[in-house]
Design a protein around this ligand. Structure first.
Ligand SMILES: [Fe+2]
Length: 377
């Protein structure tokens, strides 16, 4: 919670509910306007019409969607993967691999998170070997040397904490074992396969990325030659199916409750399948909100994306702060009564505290009609 001395105003006018996200005035649409994501002072406004009911939207600011399935040109190096979105604190790339990496990679610009959208194989690194499959987050501390040995093509969402780290959020009242038990963070092992990988003959190049420039250090042997390690810093793996999201039958919890990893100026959240709210007064779709302090990115990994029409796995939406966003018309029809008992979606959200720039990779696969997708069909 912020320690700031916010202006001590408290008001209420007209028709309104007493609690957020519940018992809305008849036929009204709730919009939340808030500070510091969902952690500062907030106001809840009750509108006659959905706040996404624009007739036209001109200028550089708009909701955007990118079909990353179109970024299918394979690159052997993660540093050749197209940049999708970035700012001074986070860099997001989408990487298509056709086969195993011939070289090692090392990110000197910050901690690296790989989210495996598809594919399976093994990650070899300074610390040993760890298998990967779709839905895995692979956390690589800055400076780790690594390569992926693929059993087939793979697609990976890459998230870099530029000049910084990934940490875990404070689980607060829920306790440290909520959402996922830290015991589910698997670390690499130094097994026979790792030793066999060490024993492979030949030159090995290490592609080191520093200040977004790549330098190559070539060894006459495999530098992943550690015989052991100890400490409290290591790569880690977490699969999204091990995330047990928090929800309430009587209250629509804000998306911040799905935070998986934290960095200094952005967060990574995971939406995993969860039951809908059952209380008759509680809304059971995301509420409209401004989130004026964050640019919001959602990558759709798998399932049926209940709050978005015409969005499929492999797509990414980008809602820069500055306008209100919320559910699409089809989802909005189910604001108070759902036809299914639970959501069936896996998605990765990246909320950035500073504005993001759209990279070449994203603009080449943009769906420019997305801005009009809230129009009732
Ligand atoms: Fe949002």
């Amino acid at each position: 919670m912020s320690k700031r001395n916010w202006l001590p105003v408290r008001g209420a006018q007209g028709e309104h509910s007493r609690q957020a996200h519940a018992d809305l005035p008849e036929g009204a649409y709730e919009r939340e306007m808030s500070k510091e994501g969902f952690f500062g002072p907030a106001a809840f406004l009750y509108h006659r019409r959905p706040p996404t009911g624009w007739e036209s939207f001109e200028g550089p600011l708009r909701p955007r969607a990118f079909d990353l399935n179109g970024l299918n040109q394979a690159s052997a190096s993660p540093w050749d993967a197209p940049v999708v979105l970035s700012n001074a604190h986070v860099q997001i790339r989408f990487w298509a691999l056709a086969a195993s990496m011939p070289a090692l990679a090392r990110n000197a610009d910050g901690d690296q998170l790989l989210f495996v959208h598809s594919g399976r194989g093994d990650l070899f690194c300074d610390f040993g070997r760890i298998a990967y499959e779709a839905g895995d987050y692979l956390y690589l501390p800055r400076g780790t040397m690594w390569r992926l040995r693929c059993d087939g093509p793979a697609r990976v969402l890459m998230i870099q904490a530029t000049g910084s780290h990934f940490t875990l959020p404070d689980k607060g009242l829920m306790g440290p074992h909520a959402i996922f038990d830290p015991a589910m963070l698997d670390t690499p092992v130094m097994d026979a396969e790792f030793r066999a990988h060490q024993a492979e003959d030949g030159r090995v190049a290490v592609e080191i990325k520093k200040r977004d420039q790549v330098s190559v250090a070539t060894y006459p042997y495999n530098p992943l030659d550690a015989v052991g390690w100890h400490g409290e810093l290591a790569p880690a793996r977490l699969n999204v199916r091990h995330i047990r999201p928090v929800m309430s039958a009587r209250y629509h919890v804000p998306p911040s409750v799905h935070t998986t990893f934290l960095s200094d100026r952005f967060v990574v959240c995971t939406f995993a399948p969860r039951p809908f709210e059952s209380d008759p007064g509680a809304i059971n779709i995301p509420f409209f909100h401004n989130n004026d302090d964050y640019d919001e990115v959602l990558f759709y990994h798998a399932g049926d994306f209940f709050s978005r029409d015409n969005i499929e796995a492999g797509m990414m939406t980008f809602h820069p702060s500055g306008f209100t966003h919320g559910p699409h018309p089809k989802a909005l029809k189910n604001m108070l009564v759902q036809t299914k008992p639970a959501t069936d979606e896996y998605a990765v959200m990246i909320d950035a505290r500073d504005p993001l720039d759209v990279g070449q990779g994203a603009s080449s696969v943009e769906n420019t009609a997305y801005v009009d997708s809230w129009k009732a069909s």
